[in-house]
Design a protein around this ligand. Structure first.
Ligand SMILES: Nc1ncnc2c1ncn2[C@@H]1O[C@H](COP(=O)(O)OP(=O)(O)OP(=O)(O)O)[C@@H](O)[C@H]1O
Length: 506
């Protein structure tokens, strides 16, 4: 009879432990003790970069963690994140007594269990026994991640770290005050439009229209009548009265994306709407009252534009009553596993495709990427992978080249070098191109020897061909075409309209 059989209250559920330890000798010592004290335990060893990703995706009973070779703050940073995302997890840091910052970290975070280095086998065994007891009394482990503390989550909006928690809090507060103008700042693809929609959705205006206008995608001469509307005959081509988008946003929210691209004459007219709550359609002298909340967004440095005289200072101050900064994805890498889950679920369900999963090694590489295109880049990657590898687990060698800078093929048990070419970007693009016939984007040799070329004409022509290609490829599905081109749907719609391309892809 074993010692466990003598204690009927102790169940025999095998445990799952995550070890994030930075010395192979310590890993071996811990594994030896586990084999003796907790036989049958599943032990997973992870590098510190993949620790958070694994904890988000899989269920573990405990984490044993020691400090990386990185800066001294790493252990604390990791522990703060782990404790806030997984409050029920049994966390045991391994600390060196001659490293005061490590001891402070345990004390400050009020961690009940820790081990000191060098490891004392008796101390280790004791901790492991406590772990078994605690877990058997607490019942089954929580599947996957738990909801972060103090987060007022917003449906469909992924974000778990402190910066996103603050953002959600701000969205709720701004939504309650229904008049203040909001200026959303952040790099392209960080989710500025999602923030604007969330503010609208949480405000009392939610039953009315949310009207987005991309100021960069509409030609300057059309933007005024798009926004404010016009009277029949007010200019050549104005064959009928037109209602402006601002009117559609009455009682609702007008979202002015890329506000930094708005020309000064129009800025003055917008300022009037903000100050007087009324506007005049083009060609009319009669002011129309309007009750709309204006939410603007930009990836530009508006203060810099003000200094250069390209943006009105008074409008800048009017717009930025409440500035909201959306953090870039590289500053919130902990969200990547959650975003992956969400985008896989959304894309495969919407397109009736087989699901994909990302291997821990692939996730580790994603955590090292710079994400200049932010969340939109991640969303596009998921779609790219789901098209190519539906039903499979994505391994490092399946990822596009740009993710492999930190990858060592020798560490790849499957021999990346052998099948890398099968999954490259070029193959993906070729497959996609073959499906898309006829293919209007031709190979073109541009020679400057024959004289100057018109840069704008060429770019314009290429843009047209690119849009037509995407529209043909998606059989006229604008939403899907916008995805393939990494554009917002509204931007694509504006471009199609501006260039008169409607129907030309058939
Ligand atoms: N936190 C998030 N959770 C879930 N999806 C997100 C999140 N952030 C962004 N997305 C998705 O990423 C894509 C890009 O987001 P969005 O269009 O809001 O970015 P943006 O900052 O307005 O981009 P741009 O500056 O190019 O206009 C959208 O499909 C959006 O739904």
């Amino acid at each position: 009879m074993t010692s466990r059989d003598k204690h009927p209250m102790i169940r025999q559920r095998p445990l799952r432990l995550l070890l994030c330890l930075h010395d192979q000798a310590i890993v071996e010592a811990v594994c030896r003790s586990i084999d003796i004290v907790l036989p049958g335990t599943e032990t997973i060893v992870a590098a510190d970069q993949e620790m958070l990703a694994r904890l988000s995706r899989e269920a573990f009973d405990a984490l044993l963690v020691s400090e990386t070779v990185g800066p001294p703050s790493t252990l604390r940073e990791h522990l703060v994140k782990v404790l806030s995302y997984h409050p029920g997890l049994f966390v045991v840091p391994l600390v060196a007594p001659d490293q005061p910052h490590q001891i402070h970290c345990v004390v400050d975070l009020d961690l009940p269990y820790f081990l000191t280095l060098p490891l004392d086998p008796l101390e280790l065994n004791l901790i492991l026994q406590r772990l078994q007891l605690k877990i058997d009394h607490l019942g089954p482990r929580q599947p996957h991640r738990s909801t972060p503390r103090n987060t007022r989550q917003i449906k469909g909006f992924i974000g778990s770290g402190p910066a996103m928690t603050r953002l959600f809090e701000l969205i709720h507060r701004v939504a309650e005050d229904d008049f203040a103008t909001v200026l959303i700042l952040g790099e392209s693809g960080t989710g500025k439009e999602l923030v604007a929609k969330a503010i609208h959705g949480k405000s009392r205006r939610h039953a009315h229209n949310f009207v987005p206008v991309n100021c960069a995608a509409i030609p300057d001469d059309l933007l005024e009548s798009e926004l404010f509307g016009h009277l029949k005959g007010s200019f050549t081509g104005a064959s009928h009265n037109k209602t402006g988008r601002i009117q559609y946003a009455d009682q609702g929210t007008l979202f002015l994306d890329e506000i930094g691209d708005m020309k000064p004459a129009l800025q003055a007219k917008l300022l009037r709407v903000l100050q007087e709550k009324e506007f005049e359609p083009v060609g009319s002298l009669k002011a129309v009252p309007v009750d709309t909340r204006i939410v603007a967004a930009t990836h530009c440095d508006l203060e810099e534009l003000v200094k250069k005289g390209a943006f009105r200072e008074d409008l800048y101050y009017r717009l930025s009553v409440v500035p909201i900064q959306v953090p870039p994805l590289r500053d919130r890498l902990e969200d990547i596993p959650l975003l992956l889950d969400r985008f896989v679920e959304a894309f495969t369900t919407e397109r009736s495709r087989e699901k994909i999963t990302f291997s821990p090694e692939a996730v580790t590489l994603l955590l090292k990427h710079e994400w200049r295109g932010n969340v939109r880049e991640l969303e596009n990657l998921v779609q790219h992978m789901a098209i190519l590898h539906g039903g499979k687990t994505i391994r490092p060698q399946d990822l596009p080249e740009k993710f492999l800078r930190h990858y060592t093929p020798t560490a790849d048990p499957d021999g990346m070098a052998l099948d890398r070419h099968l999954f490259s970007d070029e193959v993906f693009l070729r497959e996609r191109a073959e499906l898309c016939a006829p293919m209007p984007v031709e190979e073109r040799a541009i020679s400057l020897e024959e004289g100057p070329v018109d840069f704008n004409d060429l770019i314009n022509e290429f843009e047209t061909e690119l849009i037509l290609t995407a529209m043909r490829f998606t059989s006229g599905n604008k939403k899907e075409a916008a995805r393939l081109l990494c554009l917002k749907r509204t931007t694509l719609l504006e471009k199609i309209k501006k260039k008169g391309l409607e129907g030309r892809w058939t």
